[in-house]
Design a protein around this ligand. Sequence first.
Ligand SMILES: [Zn+2]
Length: 110
Amino acid sequence: MKKGSKVKCISTDRDQSQWGGNDSAEEYLTIGDIYTLSRDPEVHSWHTKLYLEEVPGKKFNSVQFKEVPIEKNPLCMSCGRKQTNHPDSPYCQECEDRIDRPKEWFSRRA
Ligand SMILES: [Zn+2]
């Protein structure tokens, strides 16, 4: 988790909020909502504090959140569209098909 990471609120338990003197999740957050870290997590010996862009100036206990994985599939290197079918390829399916054409096809065009 770092600045810019997305986190989902999974608990607004009062005791968890008060642990380490954090702000009340119950008061500022909604379970299931997704928030963005406004800075890197602040690690203390018994807990970690998170700062959220959506709730400036407040700090929350990291145990009340779950990190939301960043979009895994990058954009196609050829056409720039989001590619979802080929997570291991830098190209979308369409470009992949085009690139897979026989070599003769390319030499004939050159
Ligand atoms: Zn493409």
